[in-house]
Design a binder for this molecule. Structure first.
Ligand SMILES: [Zn+2]
Length: 269
């Protein structure tokens, strides 16, 4: 067993790890200022409609924080925009979905609020059966643990007959930083977090062994990919996945979304 050294001090350090740092706050270059708003504003379905409108009307730059709005009203206004701008305008998309779903993909992505795969990959409703959790990890087959993940994989593969299982890591992942921050032999601070990210323990050890002199942040970047590889390997411990890959009906794809540089890498296993 291994965990955090020093309960009090590591509590704050692991919280700091999970609260991933914001991108550098240097003065907005044309490219940077264009990149931030466009990520969401070009996809009005996902924008915060009232906040965007209010700020732009008074000449303020776009800001992702909608905490000044009533929380429930924010949800309602978001849905209203989706309803009028997407749902009502695309019956060819939504009518067939009333009868059922046949997604091509099963996607594992991080719960990080900056990494919604529907937004970043343009996945439409009905296209991707999606699991999001801390660090986009897939645990190995275990009927006594992680049953929620096992049930989702079983349903996606055996009932929905998805064709592609993809695991998507991302830049500045707080879960990956937490994994790399774990100290062997120390007590856990959280009830669940450390135990969950330990799914990627082998990836952490591999990175530390192969890149011992690399700065912590760069080790994190490498680990963001290696943890995906562990998850892809773990997917093969589910019998229907192993069988599907063996007979060619299933494909496993690793990916990493780098939202700092606007890059999306993929690789097949
Ligand atoms: Zn993450």
């Amino acid at each position: 067993m291994f965990s955090f050294a020093g309960r009090a001090s590591t509590a704050s350090s692991i919280v700091a790890s999970l609260a991933t740092p914001a991108p550098p706050s240097k003065p907005s270059s044309p490219a940077a200022s264009a990149r931030r708003p466009r990520l969401i504003m070009s996809a009005p379905v996902f924008a915060a409609p009232s906040a965007v409108a209010e700020r732009s009307q008074v000449g303020l730059p776009w800001c992702p924080c909608t905490r000044s709005m009533d929380a429930v009203e924010r949800l309602k206004s978001g849905f209203e925009q989706f309803k009028t701008q997407v749902y009502d305008k695309k019956p060819e998309l939504f009518e067939p979905l009333k009868a059922g779903q046949c997604p091509r993909y099963m996607v594992f992505a991080c719960a990080d609020s900056r990494c919604c795969p529907s937004v970043t990959l343009g996945l439409q409703p009905g296209e991707a059966f999606t699991i999001r959790n801390i660090a986009a990890m897939v645990p190995p087959y275990d009927k006594n643990k992680y049953a929620g993940i096992g049930a989702a994989i079983e349903y996606a593969v055996c009932a929905l007959k998805v064709e592609v299982l993809t695991v998507i890591g991302h830049s500045r992942c707080g879960g990956i930083r937490a994994l790399l921050s774990l100290q062997d032999g120390a007590a856990d601070t959280f009830h669940f977090v450390e135990d969950w990210v330990r799914i990627g323990y082998q990836a952490k050890k591999k990175v530390q062994k192969e890149h011992p002199t690399v700065p912590f942040d760069d080790q994190c970047s490498i680990l963001e990919k290696e943890a995906v590889n562990v998850s892809l390997y773990n997917l093969l411990t589910y019998p229907w996945v192993k069988e599907g890959v063996a007979n060619g009906t299933l494909k496993l794809v690793g990916a990493r979304y780098d939202f700092v540089n606007g890059v999306f890498d993929t690789w097949e296993k």
